[in-house]
Structures are given as C-alpha cells and as structure tokens.
Design a protein around this ligand. Structure first.
Ligand code: SF4
Length: 366
C-alpha cells in the first residue's frame, strides 16, 4: 500500500470534481489540504466527525433556480447561448452546429468527447460547433478525475472557449467578486483539462482560449448576459498545484510513517474513529489557514479554531500575515510592538516597524 492509500486507510476514496480541483488553487500553500485531497479523503465527512461541519452546499431553492437558468440558456439547441456568443466572440450563426455529447450514454462519453474534439481540431476553421455535456478528465496524484463543463464552444478561427453558466446575478454590470473568482477557478480547471486532451491528441493546447465565457442572469431577471473572463492567473496556480500533488512524496517525507487520516467507517458508512484522535492526526500536517478558506475548504471551521487557539496571524488574512513575515502569532507581534519581547535574529526590521506602528497608535489615541 502506498503512503497516500495508507493515509486514507479504510475510508472510501472521494472522487474529485471540478469544484474541488478548483479549490486547490485557492490555497496552494496548505500541506494539510494537499495531503487530504491527494489521498482522496472526504474532507466534508472528516469535518462533520470533528464537530466542525462546513457551511457549504446550496439550498434546494438555489439548486432549482440554477438548473432552471441553465435550461433556459441551453434551450432549443443553445439558441440563447449562440445569440450571446455571436456578439461576444463574433460567431457567425450560419456556421454553428450543436452537438450534445450526452446522447451516447455516460460510459462512452469521455471517449466520444475525445473523438469529437480531435475531429474538430483537425477540421480547422470550418468546425464551428457548440458541444453540450462533454466529459473531460484530469490526473490528480495518480488518479483520474472526470469533469463536466457546462458547455464548450468552438469558434471559427480555430479556438475553443469554455462556457460556464452560473446563476449569481450581474447587477449594473457588476457581480459578487468572490463568486466570479470561484467561477474563474472552476472554468480554469476545464481549460486545463481540455488543453491536456488536445496535447495528448497531438494538437496545439493553446487552441483552448484562456478567456472563458461566463454566463449569468442580468439584474435579477432571467435574461442571460455573457462576459469574457481571463483565467491565466488561475491556470498558473492550478498547474503548480497539480504538479505539487504529483510530488506529494516530499510532503509525506516529513510525517511519521504510521500517520493516517482514516475515518474507520462502520457498516453504516459513518466514521467510528475517536474524533480527538483524528484531530491529533490532522494537526501533524501543517495547515495554512486564511479567511478565504471559509469559502473553499470543508475543514475551514476546524482550521480556524486551531488558528484561534494558537493566536496565529493567519486569522488576519494572507496580506497581514505576509507583511508580518516570520511573526507567527498575534501575541508575538504585540510583544515586539510594545518592546516586551526582544526581536529574534532576522526580526529586527519587522520589530522596528511594529514599534513605530504602536507609537503612532498611542499618539492617535492620546
Ligand atoms: S481550511 Fe485548513 S486544510 Fe483547508 S485549505 Fe484552509 S488551512 Fe488548509
């Protein structure tokens, strides 16, 4: 059994979906998360068992609303989508065909998707097709994850564009930045998967555009609006993170041989392992908590509690933590600021800045 399988133990492997892979790019510095995801451990089940369930999961109302919006955008062979693509990408409607990959049945969908994209890439400029329900794949730490983009559009001029349909509203041209960032990370996973597929088939992977088409409802009405979102930065982080996942051996090297995150599920599938023991095991793998974890990782409440107990500067966000470079706890920072603590080697500059900040604060309050 390899070390990752041993980390998972008897817990069934949780397949990665695009949302989970996208979240890897949200906190690339976290060893705990890299190990849990690399081993395919169900973080949601672990968080529940630890008594720190995450606030994720959409309400039934939001799911129904999202499905209805997607159905509207894709109705009549993606007619509404084609209207938007025509404006946004200059797709001439006369040249566009609609292809629903789902028609072949789930078991053949991946092979059929590959064959269709291979043919489209060979046909060149004349293959103006919108592909609905394609099935892509990406390798993660030795396993294959299957991914379903909402749509992939192929533009005349030889470029593929990923289309991501989301039901959060764009109001007066503005959408919630965190929702857009999450959609961009997810779309970047599809861009990466499609680029890898094209490369395997011997085509230029850069024929998949780094601009993805984000479709959202406008001004709370159901009328969809499409915008282009550049996902180059997300792609870069994702590539690095996936490379790191294939080199997990280095992260495992620093951990005790017998360490396992096994939940020891019973016959009913529920964990039987003592929660305190699991918590101790998780604490052996270094976390890098940041407030963004609250939107992206199932273990967020557990890690936040740990950071609070340690008085870690992580709680203040990545920007502050990085500014405090090397000062790990709030207590340490306060001690350096008021002079109660002497700076360690290499901390002289940050101690000087903290003392200045403390002096300015006192002057303001005086
Ligand atoms: S919640 Fe914890 S495990 Fe998840 S990414 Fe943040 S620090 Fe890492």
């Amino acid at each position: 059994m390899n070390r990752l399988d041993a980390l998972r133990g008897t817990t069934p492997q949780k397949p990665h979906d695009a949302r989970a892979i996208a979240a890897l790019a949200a906190n690339p510095g976290c060893t705990r998360r890299a190990l849990l995801d690399g081993a395919g451990i169900d973080k949601d089940a672990a968080a529940r068992h630890l008594g720190f369930p995450a606030p994720f999961g959409q309400s039934p109302f939001a799911i129904t609303r999202g499905n209805a919006f997607e159905a509207l955008v894709k109705a009549d062979g993606c007619a509404e989508l084609l209207r938007m693509l025509r404006e946004l990408l200059g797709l001439p409607i006369a040249e566009v065909a609609y292809h629903d990959v789902e028609n072949v049945g789930a078991h053949l969908r991946h092979a059929h998707t590959r064959a269709l994209f291979d043919r489209a890439a060979r046909d060149g400029d004349d293959a103006g097709t919108v592909y609905d329900h394609p099935l892509l794949s990406v390798g993660i730490a030795g396993h294959t994850a299957y991914l379903e983009p909402d749509v992939v559009a192929f533009q005349l001029g030889g470029r593929f564009h990923i289309v991501e349909i989301k039901s959060f509203a764009v109001i007066d041209g503005q959408a919630d930045p965190s929702a857009v960032a999450a959609a961009a990370r997810q779309a970047a996973v599809y861009v990466l998967a499609l680029r890898r597929m094209l490369a395997e088939l011997g085509h230029d992977p850069l024929r998949v555009a780094h601009d993805v088409v984000l479709v959202c409802p406008e001004n709370f009405a159901n009328r969809p609006v499409a915008t282009l979102v550049d996902v180059r930065r997300q792609l870069g982080v994702l590539e690095r993170q996936l490379a790191r996942m294939t080199a997990l051996d280095r992260l495992l090297d620093g951990l005790p041989e017998e360490l396992t995150f096994d939940l020891l599920p019973g016959e009913d599938g529920l964990p039987t392992r003592p929660a305190a023991e699991l918590a101790d095991a998780l604490r052996r793998a270094t976390a890098r908590y940041a407030p963004d974890c609250l939107a992206t990782c199932d273990l967020c409440f557990f890690c936040r509690d740990e950071a609070r107990q340690e008085g870690a500067t992580d709680l203040l966000g990545r920007h502050v933590r990085d500014e405090l470079g090397g000062v790990g706890s709030v207590g340490e920072a306060l001690g350096l600021a008021d002079g109660a603590r002497a700076p360690a080697e290499g901390q002289e500059e940050i101690a000087r800045l903290l003392r200045n900040a403390e002096r300015l604060r006192r002057e303001c309050l005086a």
